[in-house]
Every structure is written in structure tokens, then in C-alpha cells.
Design a protein around this ligand. Structure first.
Ligand SMILES: [Zn+2]
Length: 161
């Protein structure tokens, strides 16, 4: 955890559950929170509930920017109403890819602005992630998205309700 003036930077690790220290973090006078979720491995149902309770404590004028979100996390954000409030954005997330040819599994860090964007000023949300990539193992162009795109990116619209 790192605080620079009104900007707080927090990295989370391991499973998000009942005792995740961030849930008791004082948020007063924080205008921006950057949450690095790159080392989060899992979130259980208690973690989801605690997370939602925590979002209610975030000051309304505080922007929460989440980076390196693992797939387990973005999946929750797309399934659970209330997981994200309107001042929270996912700035980057890891997506699973698998090779149809040699079964190699890879992941791709999708970034807001390049690969997807939230709806704004009358513009709908946008997703333009690569559907197919070159497999680093067998070198064919058979590395494909290993998830349902419409499902995974639901959070783009859920968060703004
Ligand atoms: Zn391959």
C-alpha cells in the first residue's frame, strides 16, 4: 500500500475473502485509488459479499481504477449486479486464449481505450479484442479467445447502471 497525497495505490494478492485487509482501509480524503489485482488468484462468495459492502464505503468523489484484473475477477464483475459502482473502472484485464491446434494456453492483457471502452457521451460500449492470434508454441494463427466475449464484457454496461 502506497499513499501519495490523495492518491492511494494498493496491490492485492491471493484470494479475496473475509480477511482481505483492503476492506478495512480508511478511505477518507482519497480522490483516486489504483487497485492492482494482478496477483489475485481467487474470490469466494464471502469475498464477493465483502467486496460489495466495501464499494458502499468508497467516497462518491473517489475514482477507483482497477488494473491487471484476473479473469476470475472480471467474471464476477460481469455476473454480480452491484460489484462495480459508477466511479469504478477496470483499466486492464487478463483474458484466456487457447490454441485450437496444439492446445497451448495463453493470456492477453486487454486494455481500456485500446481493446474496450465504457459507454460515454451517448456512445455505446466497445470491445475490439483480437479474436485470433499467432500461437507462440506452434506458430500457427490458431490461438483463439477461450471465453464468451459478450458475457465477459458485460461489466462495461453493468457498472454504469
Ligand atoms: Zn499452438
Amino acid at each position: 500500500m502506497n499513499r501519495t497525497g490523495a492518491h492511494l495505490h494498493v496491490s492485492l494478492e491471493g484470494a479475496i475473502g473475509e480477511n482481505t485487509p483492503m476492506f478495512t482501509l480508511p478511505m477518507e480524503n482519497t480522490q483516486e485509488l489504483t487497485l492492482d489485482l494482478g496477483k489475485v488468484t481467487y474470490i469466494n462468495s464471502i469475498g464477493v459479499r465483502q467486496w460489495i459492502l466495501w464499494t458502499l464505503k468508497i467516497p462518491p468523489d473517489c475514482a477507483v481504477k482497477m488494473v491487471n484484473c484476473p479473469f476470475v475477477f472480471s467474471s464476477q464483475a460481469s455476473m454480480v449486479v452491484g460489484f462495480m459502482t459508477k466511479n469504478m473502472t477496470m483499466e486492464s484485464l487478463w483474458l484466456p486464449y487457447a490454441c485450437e491446434n496444439c492446445k497451448f494456453e495463453d493470456s492477453y492483457l486487454a486494455k481500456r481505450g485500446t481493446d474496450y471502452e465504457y459507454p460515454s457521451a451517448g456512445q455505446p460500449s466497445r470491445v475490439s479484442i483480437p479474436e485470433q492470434k499467432t500461437c507462440p508454441k506452434c506458430k500457427t494463427d490458431n490461438l483463439e479467445t477461450d471465453f464468451l466475449r459478450d458475457k465477459v464484457f458485460k461489466f462495461l454496461n453493468l457498472a454504469r447502471l
